[in-house]
Design a protein around this ligand. Structure first.
Ligand code: GDP
Ligand code: MG
Length: 177
């Protein structure tokens, strides 16, 4: 029907990448369903979720892909990246090795998708301030060096979760419209 055709006008594929257990599935669960799972097993199996958003009065659909645990085996497939116009590259501010992996994830993203994919670097678990291993300044500096947006989030307490997704979707919309 007509409504369906119109709502297909803007459909943006966005991928979530980053090391295992940084909170990718929970960022999506918080954004799309306002849910949080303290046990990560409950989030395995989701392929993607489509979230309607309002950008400048236009209905935009973000089709957000989750790895469903493939990254544990370093087996995120090229199909996962295909057609992506946005990416959230996520690390855990309480585990430095997940920040050290960001370069590898950016390489993988650029190998499998367009160089112009709108990307935000996301330092998740900002609620874990007491066990922080990566400073905000370090995250910011890496993002600036790589030309990425940057935000620290918490899927647990919801802070900046919607803002992180909206930053990417708004930028894609601005570029494409
Ligand atoms: P994924 O492997 O990157 O998809 O990570 P998950 O979303 O499965 O989360 C891994 C673990 O971190 C789970 O136990 C979550 O409950 C926990 N977690 C995710 N996001 C946050 C957060 O913002 N703060 C805290 N404290 N824990 C989180
Ligand atoms: Mg997951």
């Amino acid at each position: 029907n007509g409504e369906e055709v119109q709502s297909q006008d803007y459909l943006f594929k966005i991928v979530l990448i980053g090391d295992s257990a940084v909170g990718k599935s929970n960022l999506l669960a918080r954004f799309a369903r306002d849910e949080f799972y303290s046990n990560s097993k409950s989030t395995i199996g989701v392929e993607f979720q489509t979230q309607k958003m309002d950008i400048d009065g236009k209905e935009v659909k973000a089709q957000i892909w989750d790895t469903a645990g493939q990254e544990r085996f370093r087996a995120v497939t090229s199909a996962y990246y295909r057609g992506a116009v946005g990416a959230l590259v996520v690390y855990d501010i309480s585990r430095r090795p997940t920040f050290d992996s960001i370069g590898r994830w950016l390489n993988e993203l650029h190998t499998h998708s367009d160089m112009n994919v709108v990307t935000i670097l996301v330092g998740n678990k900002k609620d874990l301030e007491d066990c922080r291993e990566v400073s905000t300044a370090e995250g910011q500096a890496l993002a600036e060096a790589q030309g990425l947006f940057f935000m620290e989030t918490s899927a647990l307490d919801s802070s900046n979760v919607a803002a992180a997704f909206e930053t990417v979707v708004k930028e894609i919309y601005d570029i494409l419209s």
